[in-house]
Design a protein around this ligand. Structure first.
Ligand code: NAD
Length: 478
């Protein structure tokens, strides 16, 4: 099967005829090919987008709303097909793709389709000057959306939907590791009546296709989600070209557990926040800090629960942990587990899993490592797999220091029923998102993004619409 680019409303082979193998991680086998698009393909996509822009940017917002809602409805109608494709491409449990990934992709279109009907801007009455200032927020033109492999359609549409809603034309590149659902989205956009050229999807490697997108002079903004090193590379290229940038990058998030928390709720959620999606969520709480007074109890109970998690084929109902996304990523995680053997003690897991019927698949046990310091490689570098560390802490001051002692600053979770402590810590934690007594509770209206090496800029709700528009002040004297 050949995945194709979606340019100007039609499916195209890459001009260079350069193709990449696309793997099914559950079997470790190639099942499709995806274009490795060159500058030529990106140029064609940009030309189509430029041509579509005058009309799309002047399309009344009610009509844009109707088209985006239609895309959302079509995704819901085809939920099973998309969920199966996502699970096959990424290795995530089918149940997860059905419950989270595809419904959220549909929500993204519905949310931003509706949000544009409520988007307004300020006016300032310059009293004493007999003047009024009003703010225009206009679409930027052609913009780019580049997304990673861990939540393929979920994050791809999180960027595309607000960009389109705000009246931009889009060049979008999914990860070369998980291109399938982005490919399927093209048909749905045509069926929903999205005019040709408004959304163009080009596939390929970051170093060829991604680079050509970032360097393209006519692309005015880049919304990127992916690794911190890639974000830095993109910023280096885009800054002298004065492109608008939103960078959603890696994380090494603390999960801080105090003895006064609702214990059972904490335990259940901590299993999820450690291992959901094989631990391949930028928001996973990979550094678990537990108040010393309940540390032994937590350690015993957590290990017991983790042992119950079933590693298996993504399509099986009973599977909790599916396949790791790629062979390369599995090897990277195993390298970190090797390092862990010298830095801490592996309490559970740590091994590749060979499932007899799928023996070439990329499976790994959920792994818990006990460490006695935050100052080690496995607590400082993003592993992005089913691997967490646990360690005890004595005081609030100690744990705050350790939580912030990392280059990253994406999210943090605190488990406590102490209100004053909650307030103190949420103010002092260096993280863009702080969850108290919950994890991954997402309201699409809220600002989303990281601090420090976890990124620059915010997406979500009005922040996304602001990112994808340019602001102009008009001053009228009367
Ligand atoms: P990655 O940086 O390797 O790739 C992300 C995307 O960027 C892919 O589409 C890739 O092809 C493209 N790319 C790579 N090099 C490029 C370049 N030089 N120019 C332009 N594009 C380029 O990341 P990944 O391995 O796909 O994803 C995992 C990372 O994403 C993790 O670090 C994770 O924390 C992060 N992530 C962050 C968030 C967030 O919201 N902050 C969400 C999900 C994942």
């Amino acid at each position: 099967m050949k995945i194709k680019n979606f340019i100007n409303g039609t499916f195209e082979d890459p001009k260079s005829k350069d193709w990449l193998d696309n793997f099914n991680p559950a079997y470790g086998k190639v099942y499709a090919q995806t274009p490795n698009s060159s500058k030529k393909d990106v140029d064609l996509a940009v030309k189509a987008a430029e041509k579509a822009f005058p009309s799309w940017s002047h399309t009344p917002f009610e009509k844009r709303n109707r088209i985006l809602i239609k895309i959302s409805e079509l995704l819901e109608i085809h939920l099973d097909k998309f969920a199966e494709a996502e699970s096959k491409d990424n290795g995530k449990p089918l149940s997860l793709a059905k419950a989270i990934d595809i419904p959220r992709a549909a929500s993204n279109f519905r949310f931003f389709g509706n949000a544009i009907t409520q988007f307004s801007s300020e006016s300032h009455d310059s009293i004493g000057e007999n003047a009024i200032n009003y703010t225009l927020r206009q679409p930027l033109g052609v913009v780019a959306c580049i997304s990673p492999w861990n939540l393929p359609l979920y994050l791809f549409t999180w960027k595309i939907a607000p960009a389109l809603a705000a009246g931009n034309c889009v060049i979008a590149k999914p990860s070369e590791i998980t291109p399938m659902t982005a490919y399927l989205l093209g048909d749905i956009c045509n069926e929903a009546g999205l005019p040709k050229g408004v959304l163009n999807i080009v596939h390929g490697l970051g170093t060829t296709t991604g680079k050509a997108i970032v360097e393209h002079p006519e692309i005015k903004a880049i919304s990127f989600t992916g690794g911190t090193a890639t974000g830095a590379e993109i910023a280096k290229t885009a800054a002298p070209l004065f492109k608008k940038l939103s960078l959603e990058l890696g994380g090494k998030n603390p999960n801080i557990i105090f003895s006064d928390c609702d214990y059972n709720d904490m335990l259940e959620t901590t299993v999820r926040s450690s291992f959901a999606n094989q631990g391949q969520i930028c928001l996973c709480g990979s550094r678990i800090f537990v108040e010393a007074t309940i540390y032994q109890r937590f350690k015993t109970d957590f290990i017991e629960k983790v042992k119950l998690l079933k590693v298996g084929h993504p399509s099986q109902e009973s599977t909790d942990i599916g396949a790791i996304v790629s062979k390369g990523h599995l090897e990277k995680i195993l390298n970190y587990i090797d390092i862990a053997k010298t830095e801490g003690e592996i309490l559970v897991g740590g091994n590749q899993v060979i499932i007899p019927s799928f023996k070439n698949g990329y499976y790994l046990e959920p792994t818990v490592i006990e460490v006695n310091s935050n100052n080690c490689i496995i607590n400082q570098e993003e592993i992005f797999g089913p691997v967490v560390t646990i360690m005890p802490f004595e005081t609030e001051e100690d744990v705050l220091k350790m939580a912030n002692d990392t280059n990253y600053g994406l999210s943090a979770t605190i488990w406590t029923n102490n209100l004053k402590r909650t307030m103190r810590l949420s103010h002092q934690l260096e993280a863009g998102i702080v969850w108290i007594n919950t994890w991954m509770l997402r309201d699409l209206r809220t600002p989303f993004g990281g601090m420090k090496a976890s990124g620059v800029g915010r997406e979500g709700g009005l922040e996304s619409l602001r990112f994808f528009t340019k602001t102009k002040n008009v001053c009228i004297k009367y």
